[in-house]
Design a binder for this molecule. Structure first.
Ligand SMILES: Cc1cc2nc3c(=O)[nH]c(=O)nc-3n(C[C@H](O)[C@H](O)[C@H](O)COP(=O)(O)O)c2cc1C
Length: 211
């Protein structure tokens, strides 16, 4: 079965909740998974401005930090980030920018990849953020696995994001179940596609890169 790396950045926990649901979906499809955060880069004085930020850091000490070895291990990537001014967070970008050596060696290519995000508002730029993740995956030569409308949950008005699941800030309220169901479906579909790709990776590799 496929190895799936769910790699995320989260300041206050929303993206983390989605990441866990994506991982659960991948596991339901039989995948071996790693749930990994990227390194926090913000200075302490910035973190101190938001009580929820520090609490989330303390509550996720047990989550390992992602490394390039995880990128090499995985057959599939699910990357998640809060939307920051319509695009991905600096913390996740910093991790991505450390992948140059693997990219140059062709170690990131032909893997299944999907993106997810959170934002404060319903139309706060979620789709742009996920498409920016898609751009990275495109440069890596990954096979994009957006959820599209491949399951009934994608038609639920509370979700309905074919690019990748996105969560609007709960602001003390409940997150609709449909969001987490969509996240689980996205993870499950990623793992299923990754299984198929892993079985045939040699068939899609360029002749010069075959082992
Ligand atoms: C610097 C900054 C920029 C943000 N930019 C946006 C934005 O462009 N659109 C939006 O809807 N929310 C924006 N937000 C809100 C976050 O995306 C949102 O609260 C998200 O759910 C946080 O996820 P997290 O709990 O995983 O950190 C921004 C937050 C910060 C701190």
């Amino acid at each position: 079965m496929a190895n799936v790396a769910v790699i995320y950045y989260s300041s206050t926990g929303n993206t983390y909740e989605l990441a866990k649901a994506i991982e659960a979906g991948a596991q339901a499809a039989g995948a071996t998974t790693r749930l990994l955060k990227v390194r926090e880069l913000a200075p302490d004085e910035a973190i101190a401005t938001n009580e929820g930020w520090g609490k989330h850091i303390a509550a996720t000490q047990h989550v390992p930090e992602a490394t390039n070895a995880d990128l090499e291990w995985a057959d599939a990537y699910a990357f998640g980030t809060p939307t920051r001014f319509g695009t991905i967070s600096a913390q996740l970008k910093q991790f991505i920018d450390g992948s140059g050596g693997l990219w140059f060696a062709g170690k990131l290519a032909n893997k299944a990849a999907t993106g997810f995000t959170g934002a404060a508002s319903t139309h706060g730029g979620q789709e742009g953020t996920v498409q920016d993740l898609h751009k990275v995956f495109t440069h890596w030569g990954c096979i994009l696995v957006p959820p599209g409308y491949t399951d009934a949950i994608q038609f639920d008005p509370a979700n309905g994001n074919p690019y990748g699941v996105s969560l609007g800030d709960p602001r003390g309220g409940e997150v609709p179940d449909a969001i987490f169901a969509a996240a689980r479906w996205q993870g499950e579909r990623l793992a299923r596609v990754a299984d198929v790709l892993a079985m045939h990776r040699d068939a899609i590799a360029a002749p010069a890169t075959k082992a």
